[in-house]
Design a protein around this ligand. Structure first.
Ligand code: 5AD
Ligand code: SF4
Length: 583
């Protein structure tokens, strides 16, 4: 084992693990829950459990215990070897039903699958019915104020459910998982006494223990961030069995420290999952018949697997021309181009996408590979955030407008027909009307196919919070956002018009939500394509007529477009390999 890894693991499950002990809290000492919310039989029962728990805690781990843990690090909490204050049985789910609710980005969807995988292994059942849940877990997002407000509102609704449930014998347990748990930590426990557990993004393995502690009426939290947790060995449980596509997490965290962004504080340092474990998951998904994999990470193209010593050479990372980082250049390890190459070789009939990248990490070898490989989608998300070099500097994005535009040209030359998308923030600190117009002009110049636009939301802890002034009035932010959305839509409609008359390869997802007589799928650029569900030829067998099924590739002639959807009629069923001859 690499010495650094040894230290890190010691930190995770050794002495620092005591922090989560310190965050164990008793309901009585800190709670302002009115006594009516805690009926006496319930309280007696919980008091008994608490006394028992407290006495075990008193006779539980000693300083020596922590020293032992430090010298013999454990990789993960072990069901066979529970902490001294819990029995193996208490760590088990014992058929209790968990209801999971996901908010925010695709990373959170993936985290939900990881959390569920952990709980399923320890004997919990999953329910889709909130009313019958014994445990409700919200996987949360902190990126903007609005995302957090949604969770606070949801907690108020759940409070009513919990209060009602307290009269029965099995108390409902509520947990906050993910970014909001990490950002607000004890503030949540103090503000919402009905929250029983908190688990940050690196603490999902600890869920059985946290829930076991919560069973005794204590609040429990683990918000430790890790330097090496990638959940590499946890196969996420795909929630939709009929799905044609899946997300595969390849890295976690972010080192970029853009001045507006809370992510580096909630999800911690960048770390990559070993290539071998990613390939194993992709192979499994291919065997299950999935036709599309999206490699997932906060900074997906900063991927750098340094788990294999022979690749830890002194070669520095290649950046896109004109781009810089906020951190010291990183050296060695297997990079994104290598991973993309390997993943795309697993199954030539499987489409490969990736999200979300940073524009700084698009060296030529990555662009070349996307161009060459039929099954790597010609679709790149290139978050610009602003069209003004002055604002980009304040955002600490590491590039100017000019460098960004040059990269766009270079990408378009390297990958003809590439589909581009971007993120933009309206009304960042100090943004003038002139800066805003520069963003408008960038939207016009690039003509993105897809866009994600947001009003700036100041987040505590970030560099912008400490050093800059959130001085653009709310109504100005919203007006600028509206203007950006309008311009984006106009340009996307124009960009998509170029597809009319073209034949595109579409991966069928199922029936259109709006019409049972239409099918819906995605083209290579990830745009939705709608077409009538009719019989068609199969290119490999012209004798039979077939109806397209989810997971089939079909060729669709595009007849009309809007800013977000394409429409057309289907020509035939095909394969990804055969289709290249048609395009
Ligand atoms: N306010 C508004 N938008 C933000 N984003 C990140 N942080 C903030 C913030 N504080 C946007 C960026 C990023 C996307 C995921 O969310 O555009 O690319
Ligand atoms: Fe946030 Fe910037 Fe990291 Fe993206 S690259 S997660 S915007 S800090």
């Amino acid at each position: 084992m690499h010495p650094l890894q040894c230290v890190l693991q010691t930190q995770r499950w050794g002495p620092l693990a005591s922090v989560s002990w310190l965050l164990l809290r008793t309901c009585r000492a800190h709670s302002s829950v009115p006594s009516t919310a805690c009926p006496s039989s319930e309280r007696q029962q919980e008091d008994g459990v608490r006394k028992d728990f407290s006495s075990r805690l008193a006779s539980g781990p000693t300083f020596q215990h922590f020293l032992r843990s430090a010298s013999a690090p454990q990789e993960k909490p072990d069901m066979e070897d529970p902490p001294p204050y819990l029995t193996v049985d208490e760590l088990l789910g014992r058929q209790r039903k968990v209801y999971l609710e996901t908010y925010g980005c695709q990373m959170n969807v993936n985290d939900t699958e990881i959390a569920w995988s952990v709980l399923q292994k320890s004997g919990y059942l999953r329910t889709r019915n909130l009313q019958e849940a014994d445990v409700i877990l919200l996987v949360t997002c902190s990126i903007r104020e609005k995302a957090e407000q949604t969770i606070w509102n949801r907690l108020h609704q759940l409070k009513a459910l919990k209060t009602k449930r307290l009269r029965s014998q099995v108390p409902l347990r509520i947990g906050i998982l993910g970014c909001m748990a990490e950002r607000l930590k004890e503030e949540i426990l103090n503000r919402e006494k009905m929250v029983d557990i908190l688990a940050g993004p690196d603490a999902y393995r600890d869920l059985p223990r946290l829930l076991a502690v919560a069973e005794s009426g204590q609040q429990a939290a683990n918000v430790l961030l890790s330097l090496d947790e990638t959940y590499a060995d946890i196969m996420p449980v795909q929630t939709s069995p009929s799905a044609t596509s899946a997300f595969v997490s390849i890295m976690r965290g972010c080192d970029n420290m853009c001045s507006y962004c809370i992510v580096p504080f909630t999800r911690g340092r960048e770390r990559s999952r070993p290539v071998a474990s990613i390939l194993e998951e992709v192979r499994k998904l291919s065997e299950q018949g999935l036709k599309e994999v999206t490699l997932l990470g906060q900074n997906v193209n900063s991927f750098r697997d340094s788990s294999e010593v022979q690749f830890n050479n002194a070669v520095s990372t290649n950046l896109s021309r004109g781009f810089s980082t906020n951190y010291k250049p990183k050296q060695g390890g297997l990079r994104f181009a290598h991973l993309l190459d390997q993943v795309s070789r697993v199954d030539p009939e499987m489409r490969i996408r990736f999200t979300s990248p940073h524009p700084k990490d698009f060296p030529d070898e990555v662009l070349q590979l996307i161009h060459e490989r039929d099954n790597i989608c010609k679709q790149i998300h290139l978050p610009a955030q602003s069209g003004s070099s002055r604002v980009l500097e304040a955002m600490r994005r590491g590039y100017s407008r000019e460098a960004y535009v040059e990269l766009i040209h270079h990408i378009r030359e390297s990958i003809p027909g590439v589909s581009l998308s971007s993120d933009f923030i309206a009304g960042f600190c100090g943004e003038t009307e002139e800066d805003h117009l520069q963003t408008v002009s960038l939207l016009r110049e690039v003509q993105y196919n897809m866009g994600f636009l947001f009003a700036y939301s100041m987040r505590r802890k970030t560099r912008a919070y400490h050093r800059l002034k959130d001085d653009v009035p709310e109504e100005v932010k919203l007006r600028r956002l509206e203007e950006l959305i309008t311009v984006f839509r106009e340009e996307a409609t124009k960009a998509n018009m170029a597809s009319v008359g073209c034949t595109q390869l579409v991966l069928v997802e199922g029936h259109s939500k709006r019409s049972a007589t239409d099918l819906c799928g995605r083209n290579d650029g990830n745009l939705k394509v709608i077409f009538p569900d009719v019989e068609m030829e199969d290119v490999n067998n012209s004798e039979v007529k077939v109806r397209a099924q989810p997971g089939d590739y079909v060729l669709v002639k595009i007849t009309s477009t809007s800013s977000q959807t394409l429409k057309g009629h289907v020509l035939c069923r095909t394969t990804l390999k055969d289709s290249s001859a048609y395009c």
